[in-house]
Design a protein around this ligand. Structure first.
Ligand code: CTP
Ligand code: MG
Length: 231
């Protein structure tokens, strides 16, 4: 069934989905690879569309697959699909340019985080609504982290207590994300990084184990297992 987005919602979600998925191995672009018989992008958009504040969803698809992506998402939710770019940052910028007037909160969410719960979309949006200009979901780092030199010799041990692993959706006041992309230089893989360069504070909310990024074959197998368990 096609999910109805909320015409009174204040949130636009940009979904960069134009990457090749090199680390996942040979095959279709990653967002179109199947997880339990459906493309990763379908899983991701279904969960975004289930978040009650979402007014607009804009997907940046691989340029060659824009029509196929429109067709595959039509039964899921009413989304806008634009061609992505060569770097993630360009894909996000293309999606941002397609957001209509209205939503003042913009979230950026990797299609590769296909099992992200709608509750995380809502909690990031709520933190922006509450007055934070930029909000990222984070998890504590569980492994000990070492800094090494080019020869793999250990330079030191980083204080893990001060580190966070960063997920998406990342949420922004719309004007802040627009300014960050206008000022952007070298491509980054993280929108909050662009906002940091503007000197705007970025705040953290608790992330979710289910928002894992499907990057390598192991992650896809883990996601299959989680779905089979009801995720
Ligand atoms: N992405 C994008 N446009 C690009 C590169 C990445 O929209 N030019 C998207 C991916 O589709 C993904 C998200 O950004 O949903 C996070 O990127 P990543 O996990 O690195 O995906 P890929 O770039 O596809 O994977 P890889 O780096 O292994 O090729
Ligand atoms: Mg990549």
């Amino acid at each position: 069934m096609t999910a109805q987005l909320n015409p009174r919602g204040d949130v636009a979600v940009l979904v960069p989905a134009a990457g090749a998925g090199v680390r996942l191995g040979p095959g279709a672009p990653k967002a179109l690879r199947l997880l339990a018989g459906e493309p990763l992008l379908v899983h991701a958009v279904r969960r975004i569309a289930a978040a009650p504040s979402v007014h607009t969803v804009v997907v940046a698809a691989p340029a060659a697959d824009v029509e196929a992506v429109r067709a595959m998402l039509a039964p899921v939710a009413r989304v806008t699909v634009v061609p992505g770019g060569a770097e993630r940052q360009a894909s996000v910028a293309a999606a941002l340019a397609a957001v209509p007037a209205g939503p003042e909160i913009v979230l950026v969410h990797d299609a590769a985080r296909a099992l992200t719960p709608p509750e995380l979309v809502e909690s990031v949006a709520a933190a922006v609504r509450a007055g934070h200009d930029a909000v990222i979901p984070v998890l504590p780092v569980v492994d000990t982290v070492k800094e090494v030199d080019a020869g793999e010799r250990v330079l030191g041990t980083v204080d893990r207590a001060a580190l966070r692993a960063v997920q998406t959706p990342q949420g922004f006041r719309r004007s802040v994300l627009t300014a960050a992309h206008e000022a952007a230089g070298d491509p980054l893989t993280d929108d909050a990084g662009l906002v940091e360069k503007l000197g705007v504070p970025v705040d953290c909310v608790p992330g979710s184990e289910l928002a894992l990024k499907i990057t390598r074959p192991f992650d896809l197998a883990l996601a299959e297992h989680l779905l089979a368990g009801g995720a």
